[in-house]
Design a protein around this ligand. Structure first.
Ligand code: ZN
Length: 138
């Protein structure tokens, strides 16, 4: 646990939260400033600042928890879509530096947007970038 981490405090129940799910390794809570009704946050109980720091075991379990909770949110709220969102670093929109994933239920005309301008590569550039990244995989 990191002393000043708001998510560690929520996990330790020092700060109250509306909890959807909890097991040995995870706590899933309602986002108090939701993008949409039912917006949930999946928190590993171990403190990792971001995706880069996570261990494989926790990373593997995170998607299993996300799937279970997504199915439950869909069943309860009858949403038409669901975004699974995870930000790393301030530039990417991360505001709490304890790894977390957002589940955001979606409905027609909910005003929630995740869009980007589609870019492009020069001839052969994508393959070169892929090859360079592939060499860094451990
Ligand atoms: Zn933390």
């Amino acid at each position: 646990m990191e002393n000043q981490c708001v998510f560690c405090k929520i996990i330790a129940a020092e700060i109250p939260s509306a909890t959807i799910y909890e097991d040995e390794d995870f706590k899933v809570i309602m986002d108090i400033a939701p993008a949409a009704k039912g917006h949930a946050i999946i928190l590993p109980k171990k403190h990792f600042a971001n995706l880069y720091e996570m261990d494989d075991d926790t990373a593997s379990k995170a998607l299993i928890v996300a799937r279970k909770v997504a199915i439950a949110i869909k069943a309860e709220l009858g949403c038409e879509g669901m975004n699974l969102l995870q930000n790393n670093g301030e530039l990417a929109g991360q505001t709490v530096f304890h790894f977390h994933m957002h589940l955001i239920p979606r409905k027609q005309e909910d005003g929630v947007t995740f869009t980007w301008k589609q870019g492009s590569y020069e001839e052969g550039e994508a393959a070169k970038v892929a090859e360079a990244i592939a060499k860094k995989i451990k």
